[in-house]
Structure formats: C-alpha cells, structure tokens
Write a protein that binds this ligand. Structure first.
Ligand code: CTP
Length: 142
C-alpha cells in the first residue's frame, strides 16, 4: 500500500531526460495512480519565452508511454498556474513537484490553498547537472 492514492505533477518535459525520469519515478513510488499535466506549447512560449523543441502532442505521447505514468494530459496556463483548477479537473490527493519550485510565489499560494482542503504537497529532490536548458546549450555548442 502506497502513501497516496492519486498523485499529480506538472511540467513541460521538453527533450525528455533523466532529471524528468527521476522525478516521475519518485512520484510513482508514493502513489498508486500518477497523473502528469503537460504544459502546452503556448505556456512554453508565453511563460518560458522559448519555442518548444518537441511539440505538445509528442510530449504527451512520450510521457504517456512511461511505465511510471498512468495518465498524461495537456494543460494550459490557467490550470498550471492555479492548482485549485488542476485539483477540480483531476481530483488528486497529493501534488508533487521538484524542490526547485519550493518557496516560489505560485507554490506558496498553493500550499495555503491546499492546507485548507487537506491536499498534500511533496517536494522531490531536483536532479542536479541536467535540464532541458543544459541539453539545448550542449547541442548549440556541439
Ligand atoms: N526536474 C527535476 N530535475 C531536473 C529537471 C527537472 O526534478 N534536473 C523537475 C522539475 O522540478 C519539474 C519537472 O521536472 O517538477 C518538469 O521540469 P521542466 O521545467 O519541464 O524541465 P527542465 O529540464 O527544468 O526545463 P528548463 O531547463 O527549460 O527549465
């Protein structure tokens, strides 16, 4: 029996790498059913000010194919920013995130909201030394 029944996490997951895999495997260790929100291409353009390398449909396919993921679905900016909307949509009992998000305005706000409705937040260790941005830089300098 795992600690949680339904877990949720969200991210862009562009140029899928082992930092992403570590996060998703650690999420699945703690929940029976893992739902992953995939930020849409407009989110990447508007918020990260980058053009995605792998388009949104392909990013959803790749994450859905993982053994540790039960369901991956596209999410827009509103659902990514306002985790109460994500909670309404997916009905999870824990939100997982890499600990690089701890202390940000978005997650401080979510912690307050979730405390009132009894939903947990678990921060998982960010994998040092790899990221989508690092990979893009390496390819650029290749
Ligand atoms: N993540 C992680 N370890 C990494 C990279 C990402 O744990 N080395 C986690 C993030 O904390 C987030 C999820 O994976 O919960 C999705 O992150 P995303 O922003 O899609 O990946 P990055 O590689 O960090 O992308 P970028 O370099 O564009 O910021």
């Amino acid at each position: 029996m795992k600690k949680y029944k339904i877990g949720y996490t969200v991210g862009v997951f562009d140029l899928f790498h082992t930092g992403h895999l570590n996060l998703l495997e650690r999420c699945k260790e703690q929940c029976e059913y893992l739902i992953v929100g995939i930020c849409d291409d407009n989110y990447v353009r508007d918020i990260k000010h980058k053009e995605p390398i792998i388009n949104q449909e392909d990013r959803v396919r790749l994450i859905n194919a993982l053994k540790c993921v039960d369901r991956a679905e596209l999410v827009d900016y509103k659902i990514t920013d306002d985790k109460m909307l994500a909670l309404d949509k997916f009905g999870f009992d824990v939100l997982f995130s890499g600990d690089d998000w701890k202390g940000t305005e978005r997650y401080n706000r979510t912690e307050e909201q979730f405390a009132k409705v009894g939903v947990s937040i678990e921060y998982l260790p960010y994998t040092q030394g790899i990221s989508t941005s690092d990979l893009k830089n390496k390819i650029k300098n290749y």
